[in-house]
Design a protein around this ligand. Structure first.
Ligand code: UDP
Ligand code: MG
Length: 320
């Protein structure tokens, strides 16, 4: 099953579906996949005509399953909703974005690695990022570097284009966290895995659904969901400050004993502001984690499925 999260993708979807369907047909003819293979399109609470497009596609093609989320839950949750729908009925699932920036022709290589080499997880890795803007390239690179430095093991230049076998997906469903960052979680599952390489192209239609704000949130989520290093850094910084304060104390005592006048207030005010700022930063970091705990403790459902089209054993409305 190919899983595609879609948010306001009415322009890209018809082209995407057609390309994926012809790919599936081709693989079917060459008996690389079985006849039950299909596409799960997840409508992530789109505001445009996406759901109508999906309904149309579903009525025309048996291979297309539509999942409608009751509101916009974000890329990662939409993807998870699709995987959760698809994995009980499939040997493996491939996730890909609706804009086909990822090369669908490496899917064959992914399937081969799964069926012949026994890989449970196959990551699609970009060779270069020429199609992205300079800004996106540098921010993404910085993000991977920071992640690596913080000890989060994610695959470099891999977006959410990957194949996961049934076994790996079963394990993925045991990760119950709300702050979902699949790129960090999937490597934690383990099993035999491999990479396939491809060139990323331009979006086929529509515009990016990841504006700067969303990208920033995504990065912060990725870091704080997997690493407690920021908290430790604040702690070390605190120790360092105490040490400096101790030296200043020694200095003050020495100058007092020597009877020299205390110099102006500027340095005092400056350090006051500086330390105040640091305390606030520290509070912010701690707050981030407490916020996470708060969200996890509530154990809310990550998404609500409103409707599923084209899946045989479904009851129309259920919650996960
Ligand atoms: N997406 C989604 N929900 C959102 C934002 C994005 O399901 O809230 C989907 C979107 O439809 C696309 C994928 O996530 O299939 C990646 O988005 P996009 O291509 O806009 O991101 P970019 O490639 O620009 O990083
Ligand atoms: Mg894209």
């Amino acid at each position: 099953m190919i899983v595609v999260p879609c948010y306001n993708e009415q322009a890209a979807l018809p082209i995407t579906a057609e390309k994926l369907l012809s790919l599936i047909n081709d693989l079917l003819l060459r008996e690389l996949i079985n006849a039950e293979s299909g596409i799960v399109l997840v409508d992530d609470g789109s505001k445009d005509n996406t759901w109508n497009v999906i309904r149309d596609l579903n009525s025309k093609h048996d291979a297309i399953v539509g999942v409608k989320l009751s509101r916009n839950c974000g890329h990662q949750n939409a993807l998870l909703a699709g995987l959760q729908t698809a994995y009980p009925i499939s040997d493996c699932c491939i996730s890909i974005d609706a804009d086909l920036q990822d090369d669908i022709f490496v899917i064959e290589e992914m399937v081969n690695k799964f069926s012949e080499e026994g890989c449970e997880i196959v990551y699609g890795v970009r060779k270069e990022r020429n199609s992205d803007s300079w800004f996106k390239r540098t921010t993404a690179l910085g993000f991977y570097k920071v992640m690596r430095w913080l000890g989060v093991n994610s695959v470099y230049n891999h977006a959410d284009f990957r194949l996961m076998g049934h076994r790996a997906l079963e394990e993925l469903m045991n990760y119950r966290e709300r702050n979902l960052f699949l790129r960090g979680i999937v490597p934690l599952i383990g099993f035999k895995s491999d990479n396939v390489y491809y060139n990323r192209s331009q979006r086929i239609a529509g515009e990016s659904k990841y504006p700067l704000g969303k990208m920033f949130n995504f990065a912060v989520d990725g870091i704080t969901s997997f690493s407690v290093k920021p908290v430790r850094m604040v702690f070390s910084l605190g120790l360092f400050f105490v040490l400096i304060a101790f030296f200043i104390l020694v200095y003050v005592i020495v100058t007092l004993c020597l009877g020299k006048a205390v110099s102006g207030w500027a340095s005092l005010i400056l350090s006051l502001w500086f330390i105040g700022g640091c305390v606030l930063i520290g509070l912010g970091v701690v707050g981030e984690y407490i916020g996470k705990i708060y969200i996890e403790v509530k154990d809310r459902p990550r998404y609500v499925v409103e409707q599923i089209l084209g899946l045989s054993q479904n009851d129309d409305q259920h919650e996960k």
